[in-house]
Design a protein around this ligand. Structure first.
Ligand SMILES: C[S@@+](CC[C@H](N)C(=O)[O-])C[C@H]1O[C@@H](n2cnc3c(N)ncnc32)[C@H](O)[C@@H]1O
Length: 466
């Protein structure tokens, strides 16, 4: 299935030492408390400096603005310096992998490695090309690219990313999410294939088809949550609604989906009709914060919490708990990050935040999400890490996308085609090497109001199916 390069791939030999969080947890803490701790962290030094300099109210207000600006700038500059120390300039002959058609850029990087952000920017604007299969080039990326922070990254971080992390208002999330998912169902169909499922499948062999893996995954979610006929099922961030139709058809549920994207609702209801389950499937086109109050036997949410943002993770989980019956099960799937991150992980994350999922910042290490779930009053029943299955899934998406190149370019243009080539090829690598992964969690309320033995002792071995 891999389009070249896999067998001869090269590895990065400068893995970070473990034993710390490399600042990630401090950032999460600040984001979570952005309306309380962050103002306090600005107020205290601003007041102290104003007092020390015998200034007045004008100086205090100026300090209040200057303190966060200086802090964010110092942080950005430090990260740039650290990344350049990890990826110093190095000689290389990149001509067997890439071509740089922009003469000025080609001259600048002649005979030496090029920062990946610089190359990607040039490739997307047709000033550079891959001369081998892009995925093969990505398997050999350390021979060609530097994973250091560039001025382009610093600009994005200071002008857009920081704002995206902080706001997460309903209006801002609606605008960002619709911009992504209402682009056109054909755009997504050209890589997701006929199932229109934008999450990982579960493979039993590396040769299996994407559709078989996605069907197995849908079935796994239904079994993990003990779905049965008549169950009220809520899927938050339901995408094109395939899980709703699958559960209604195969497990007899009454399934309700919630998504912000209008195009997804149209597509999903048409699919439910095709499958003969439109009377047991409904799709609500709304923000999760507006879901009408009601209790469900099963709640599922597959790779939507990332869009909720670190800032709102706890309130989202509390809302889910309120909507779940006491003995109900909550299947939560989310993209994970490794705690001892590497610079490539960060650079990939900045690419994803710029072009693929703007504002979707709540990918996190496992401990963050389990501690948030426990805080919200859930008990974690099971957890599986399916990153390698995601790598295989994305590899199928990549092959689909390349096979539909002419249609994509004719309708959406070169820029979008190339953007998704980079996203899919690079994400195969990132998921293969554990930079990013996917966690499948089953949660239930940690109360004594239901009997766990009746729920978790059954015919399957622990813990996949129960
Ligand atoms: C990556 S897709 C996952 C889709 C689907 N669960 C699947 O597995 O194919 C994320 C979904 O979350 C939805 N979403 C993101 N933010 C949302 C919000 N604030 N309220 C409701 N839905 C949201 C998007 O519309 C999209 O359907």
């Amino acid at each position: 299935m891999d389009s070249g390069g896999y067998d001869k791939r090269t590895f990065f030999d400068k893995e970070k030492n473990v034993g710390g969080t490399h600042g990630l947890y401090m950032i999460f803490f600040l984001l979570e408390h952005v309306t309380t701790v962050v103002p306090a962290l600005c107020f205290i030094p601003a007041a102290g400096l104003t007092y020390a300099l015998s200034g007045g109210i004008a100086m205090f207000l100026a300090m209040l603005v200057a303190v966060p600006v200086v802090a964010v700038t110092v942080f950005a500059v430090t990260m740039v310096a650290l990344s350049h120390a990890e990826f110093p300039d190095a000689p290389c002959d990149w001509t067997k992998y890439i071509d740089i058609t922009d003469a000025k850029l080609a001259a600048k990087y002649k005979g030496r490695k090029i920062p990946i952000e610089t190359f990607v920017d040039a490739y997307m604007s047709q000033r550079a090309e891959f001369v081998a299969d892009p995925l093969e080039v990505f398997w050999h990326r350390h021979e060609v690219f530097l994973f250091c922070i560039t001025l382009g990254h610093a600009k994005f971080f200071l002008t857009k990313f920081t704002g995206q992390l902080i706001h997460h208002t309903q209006a801002a999330d609606t605008a960002e999410v619709r911009d992504v998912y209402d682009r056109g169902n054909d755009f997504y169909r050209w890589f997701l294939g006929p199932r229109m499922i934008y999450t990982s499948g579960i493979f039993e062999s590396q040769e299996e088809s994407l559709e078989d893996a996605q069907d197995r995954k849908m079935d796994l979610v239904c079994r993990k949550t003990h779905m049965k006929p008549g169950d009220e099922h809520l899927d938050i961030g339901c995408g094109w609604g395939t899980l709703l139709a699958f559960a209604a058809k195969n497990y007899g549920t009454k399934s309700t989906g919630v998504t912000l994207a209008r195009e997804q609702c149209k597509w999903g209801m048409a699919q439910a009709k095709d499958w003969g389950v439109e009377d047991r499937v409904q799709m609500l086109c709304m923000d999760y914060r507006d879901i009408p109050k009601k209790q469900y036997n099963v709640i599922t949410s597959l790779e939507m919490i990332e869009h909720v943002g670190i800032k709102n993770v706890q309130s989202f989980l509390l809302q889910c708990k309120d909507m779940l019956v006491d003995d109900g099960l909550f299947y939560l799937q989310l993209a994970g990050l490794r705690r001892a991150w590497q610079f490539e992980d960060l650079i990939w994350g900045l690419f994803m935040g710029s072009f693929i999922f703007p504002g979707a910042d709540a990918s996190c290490p496992l401990a963050f999400i389990t501690s948030q779930a426990e805080r919200a009053g859930f008990e974690v029943h099971s957890m599986e890490n399916c990153g390698v299955h995601y790598a295989l899934t994305i590899n199928h998406w990549y092959n689909n996308w390349l096979s539909n190149k002419d249609e994509v370019v004719a309708k959406y243009g070169q820029w979008w085609y190339r953007c998704w080539v980079v996203f899919l090829a690079w994400s195969v690598i990132v998921a293969s090497q554990g930079s990013s992964t996917v966690f499948l969690l089953v949660l239930h309320k940690n109360t004594s109001r239901f009997e766990r033995r009746d729920t978790f002792v059954g015919p399957y071995p622990i813990a996949t199916q129960q």
